[in-house]
Design a protein. Structure first.
Length: 304
């Protein structure tokens, strides 16, 4: 499948011209646009693989098309993890999760940070801070997960995190809640437990006592300076982890009342108030109450 006329090049890597790709699919897809987009995605990823070298290959499963490099290219384990994480999200979060895309879910798993950085710069330009991240969910014409890791385990942890974003971004929930759920999923994939030291707790109380939590609740802090951003991500994880644990089905799955309340909260949590009204209605506590569980007494509510 020759798609060279629909590709543009920068930093030595091909990127689709999405207008041309859309026109191609619209003119020749027949009754199967999803299949046409999937074939286009595979052809494009093989072009990326060829540009990166023989260490990269493209794999496919029932739900994914994946560019893999290094250890992940040697077997199908990362594809298997992707299918498993996807099933876990659909079972655990039900209709809150929705995977939206023109074809199969697209994943680009680089095994070198420099390859990941080249691709990120191709998308965002020079000097993009996200080149220092481990992964991201890109939300343009063909939403896709881009990540890097030097082991299959590291790639899997980031994949679980970004796949959570892929399943939740349609919901437009508050940033702290979506990030918290993604962090919980990534840690669960690695089998790690969340442990918070007394020192970490003290640092958070001092930091948030000085700055207030409004930038956390409204999402602005996640795009702030590096310290504020790090504190926001960590606090999101700390607050969401017990919410997930407290609202699992109880009594060997016979009672799902707590789980249903949590699902209702996730469906209705809105960006405009940080999820406060949904939290009060379905979980019986305000955002200030939720923060006080970890930070202790104080004025932790979202400012109107």
């Amino acid at each position: 499948m020759d798609i060279s006329s629909m590709l543009e090049w920068g930093n030595g890597l091909p990127q689709p011209n999405w207008d041309l790709a859309n026109a191609w699919v619209a003119s020749g897809c027949g009754d199967d646009p999803k299949g046409a987009w999937t074939e286009f995605a595979k052809a494009w990823l093989w072009e990326v693989a060829d540009a990166l070298g023989s260490e990269y290959a493209v794999g496919e499963s029932s739900g994914f098309v994946m560019l893999c490099g290094g250890p992940a290219a040697a077997d199908a384990s990362l594809l298997g993890k992707a299918e498993s994480y996807r099933r876990d999200l659909l079972v655990g979060l039900g209709d809150v999760v929705r995977f939206i895309g023109p074809g199969k879910q697209l994943v680009m798993a680089f095994h070198r940070a420099e390859d990941y950085g080249r691709y990120v710069r191709e998308c965002f330009g020079e000097g993009e801070e996200d080149c220092m991240s481990a992964g991201m969910h890109l939300r343009d014409d063909y939403p896709r997960i881009v990540l890097w890791g030097d082991t299959v385990e590291a790639m899997g942890r980031t994949l679980a995190h970004e796949l959570t974003h892929a399943g939740l971004y349609h919901a437009m929930m508050p940033r702290w809640l979506e990030e918290g759920l993604a962090l919980v999923a990534g840690r669960a994939a690695s089998g790690e437990l969340l442990r918070i030291s007394h020192e970490t707790a003290s640092l958070h109380r001092a930091f948030w006592s000085e700055t207030g939590l409004d930038a956390f609740w409204n999402g602005g802090g996640f795009s702030g300076n590096s310290r504020a951003r790090g504190m926001c991500y960590e606090l999101a994880h700390i607050l969401v982890q017990p919410l997930v644990e407290d609202h699992r089905p109880r009594w060997f799955g016979l009672s799902r009342r707590h789980h249903r309340a949590f699902m209702a909260f996730l469906r209705e949590a809105a960006e405009f108030d940080g999820g406060d009204s949904a939290c009060i209605e379905h979980l019986g506590l305000s955002l200030g109450d939720l923060a006080a569980r970890f930070l202790g007494p104080g004025n932790w509510s979202r400012e109107p």
